[in-house]
Design a protein around this ligand. Structure first.
Ligand code: HEC
Ligand code: HEC
Length: 426
């Protein structure tokens, strides 16, 4: 008996000792200064604000509109060849990107597909910010000759002829106009990059053009209501920060490895990443030139330099007749920064949430892996045109791999019922 007691006691002491060394190691590993803890809190999902209201979209937070938008998002009839939907390029399984260098719809786009998760937080949409709302953004790909390839009159006919769409549309936006007169409303017309359809559009009466454009804008508003649901949820990184904020060092250690944690230190410290990738979405929603101009492969993509002009004259911007809040001041447009030395070849800082799923990287998809993207930051080559904002990091191989491991902790599916991430059932 005595012997057993002794054995029991010593095992207990031993395990107590192991627990306390674990705790000691955890405490040793997780020492963040006060200001570092504040940086972590700033990036934490727990600090995210409510989805910003969009008064220009009267159905932004309407559940029926989101259901209608969900259908539209997956509907390949919204294209010139019946093959392309938003979901062709924005695949839920790839954090709403497509895994391609350059997006492919009915043709090939000049840019890489962006994620939609968290896009409702962004004041400017697209890599160059040429749209100022989610709903006006959605109209772009629908009339792009390399993406959906269709046009607004075609889409209006689709909604008018499909009984379910008609009912859903009318319950949200009121009665559809009668589009049955084929002379007034040809089967295909719109201000698209196609001579025939553009001429047909210009031949239409201004009033008829306005009623078609209103239907078109409303489709964008329903799609935006759906996209607004796609907010990010807690990732491995967020669980870690929560443990740090509640001072649970042992839990924190069980959530992130030593390397992931070291990578996080580089991210908020010597890597200077949070200069641009800050806030819970890890973007400052601003435009920067990070030295990616490629004079070998024209035509040059001037990014924000052009985007700023396009958004100001966009027919669907916040100041347009299609906004649902005519009294709203358009703060973003009113205070838009027109020029900045970094706008030439400057692009929007993308969110880094889900970055392990959104390869290839950058506006032109030039880096096929995270590792190669990070090597760019490490070298920060001189920019042949424009002006880069980066300076070399000179991290060693191990540090680069730690940074990459940290970036891989940022994945999490949107915080919605799973059916929103699949094509609608009916
Ligand atoms: C052919 C592929 C393709 C299709 C189809 C497509 N997109 Fe995109 N999407 C892209 C590309 C490429 C970009 C970036 C384009 C750019 O910057 O010029 C983008 C950008 C976006 C953005 C901007 C995200 C941000 O943070 O700025 C949103 C939102 C979006 N798409 C939603 C949609 C919706 C809604 C549809 C359907 C109406 C759609 N897309 C159809 C490829 C596509
Ligand atoms: C000066 C602002 C700035 C800083 C600092 C910065 N970034 Fe970026 N980041 C950007 C911009 C802008 C882009 C998009 C550039 C483009 O496509 O032309 C980008 C793109 C990326 C991408 C590609 C994401 C995608 O979806 O394509 C990754 C990964 C990334 N940054 C990680 C980092 C890391 C890690 C650091 C710190 C070592 C960092 N960034 C520092 C502004 C910055």
């Amino acid at each position: 008996m005595k012997l057993w007691g002794l054995v029991f006691l010593s095992t207990a002491i031993l395990s107590l000792f192991t627990v306390s060394t674990h705790a000691a190691e955890a405490l040793h590993r997780i020492q963040w200064t006060k200001s570092e803890v504040e940086s972590l809190r700033g990036l934490w999902i727990g600090s995210i604000a409510k989805t910003p209201a969009d008064k220009t979209n009267g159905v932004a937070d309407n559940a029926r509109a989101a259901r209608f938008g969900h259908r539209l998002f997956f509907d390949t009839r919204l294209s010139s060849d019946g093959q392309v939907a938003c979901a062709t390029c924005h695949l839920p399984a790839l954090a709403f990107t497509d895994g391609r260098k350059l997006a492919r719809g009915v043709g090939t786009s000049g840019r890489n597909t962006m994620t939609i998760i968290g896009a409702a937080y962004s004041p400017w949409l697209f890599w160059d910010g040429r749209k100022d709302s989610l709903w006006s953004q959605a109209l772009g790909p629908m009339e792009s000759v390399v993406e959906h390839g269709g046009d607004r009159v075609q889409y209006a006919h689709l909604v008018s002829k499909d009984a379910q769409y008609r009912a859903e549309y009318e319950s949200l936006f009121g009665p559809l106009p009668d589009l049955s007169n084929a002379i007034r409303f040809p089967s295909s017309a719109g201000p698209v990059d196609d001579d025939l359809r553009r001429a047909a559009w210009e031949n239409m009466a201004p009033r008829d053009r306005t009623s078609i454009s209103t239907i078109f804008a409303n489709l964008g508003k329903a799609i935006a209501a759906y996209e607004r649901l796609l907010a990010p949820s807690s990732s491995q990184f967020d669980h870690y920060v929560k443990a740090i904020l509640t001072k649970d060092a042992v839990l924190a250690k069980s959530i992130m490895s030593r390397d992931e944690e070291a990578g996080l230190r580089l991210f908020i410290g010597p890597g200077r990443c949070i200069q641009c990738h800050n806030s819970p979405l890890m973007t400052n929603n601003s435009f920067h030139n990070i030295g990616l101009a490629d004079p070998e492969h024209p035509p040059p993509d001037k990014g924000r330099l052009i985007g700023v002009k396009q958004v100001l004259r966009d027919e669907f911007n916040c100041r347009s007749r299609h906004s649902d809040d005519q009294s709203a001041s358009c703060r973003e447009l009113d205070f838009i920064k027109i020029s900045d030395p970094h706008f030439d070849r400057g692009f929007k800082t993308p969110t880094l949430r889900n970055v392990s799923k959104t390869a290839p990287y950058m506006h032109d998809g030039r880096f096929s892996t995270l590792g190669t993207a990070l090597r760019h930051y490490n070298k920060a080559p001189r920019q042949p045109v424009g002006q880069t904002e980066l300076t070399p990091l000179d991290f060693n191989k191990k540090e680069l791999s730690q940074l990459e491991k940290f970036l891989r902790t940022l994945s999490s599916a949107p915080d919605v019922e799973p059916f929103w991430l699949e094509p609608p059932e009916n």
